[in-house]
Design a protein around this ligand. Structure first.
Ligand SMILES: C[S@@+](CC[C@H](N)C(=O)[O-])C[C@H]1O[C@@H](n2cnc3c(N)ncnc32)[C@H](O)[C@@H]1O
Length: 253
């Protein structure tokens, strides 16, 4: 049997399962029913079996997985929680980028650059698209001597533009220049006000059937409220990340 993302991080998963048995049982049931993959398949029109192949790609990319493993030691014990290497939370975002084949992706909140590295790997595998990442540049979250996005390997930087500044200032200047946006991913400051401000600012520049994602969407009500406000047909929180598809008929917020 080919190795799969599901068999990664087994020790930390086992420790988590012992602490949170009910959550773990629900997650296992979701995996058996392929609930996440089924939702993404419906929202993107890409078959479930193809999405499952995408989920395993980063792990099976020798260059990428070796690079992430080498960064792991320095990522542990930091003040900030970066996306867990090979966790389903980031793999679902990777799979979405593979499914949607976007030209323009925007993310807020870079820190060490784990999520940026995954998004760029997806764009490189697609053979198209650019990633604009916005980061205020708080060095307190980085290992000593490292700069924002240090995890992104040189061989993935060609499709990347890093913007240093507050997302509420950078987004209004950047979006009209690069619109339409295919995918927007929030992972900066997780307050209700800041998340809403990013959603409201970005949504009009998102193309019809484009996707708005919000990491740590369970920290407050902003993602759920925004999904209701724009009457999203496809909106769900998967592994803490909100996924919302913009409808064609919607006129904006
Ligand atoms: C959770 S971390 C991002 C983690 C990253 N996406 C990953 O998966 O590795 C949040 C980042 O958002 C940045 N941030 C906080 N407020 C911001 C703002 N107003 N504009 C842009 N970036 C901000 C912080 O400096 C921090 O680096």
């Amino acid at each position: 049997m080919k190795a799969s993302w599901m068999f990664q991080n087994l020790a930390s998963r086992a420790r988590f399962a012992l602490r949170h048995p009910a959550y773990t049982l629900r997650s296992l049931l979701n995996e058996v029913l392929l609930a996440d993959e089924r939702f993404l398949a419906e929202a993107t029109g890409v078959p479930v079996r193809k999405l499952r192949t995408f989920l395993n790609e980063p792990f099976r990319s020798q260059g990428f997985s070796t690079h992430l493993a080498a960064c792991r030691a320095e990522l542990q014990g930091l003040k900030i929680q970066s996306a867990a290497p090979f966790g389903k939370k980031i793999l679902l975002q990777y799979a979405l980028i593979r499914a949607v084949q976007p030209d323009a992706v925007v993310e807020t909140g870079v820190a060490n650059g784990v999520s940026s590295a995954y998004l760029l790997l997806a764009l490189q595998t697609n053979g198209r698209g650019r990633l604009h990442s916005i980061e205020v540049g708080d060095a307190a979250f980085l290992p000593k001597g490292k700069t924002v996005g240090w995890v992104v390997p040189d061989w993935l930087r060609e499709r990347w533009q890093l913007h240093i500044g507050d997302s509420t200032k950078v987004l209004p200047a950047l979006l009209p220049r690069i619109a339409p946006i295919d995918v927007f991913i929030h992972d900066s400051l997780h307050t209700y006000e800041h998340m809403m401000e990013e959603f409201v600012c970005t949504y009009p520049f998102l193309r019809p059937y484009g996707f708005l994602l919000a990491d740590d969407a369970l920290w407050n009500e902003s993602f759920r409220e925004f999904s209701d406000q724009v009457k999203a047909r496809y909106a769900r929180i998967l592994h803490g990340v909100g996924f919302l598809r913009k409808e064609n008929s919607h006129t904006g917020v």
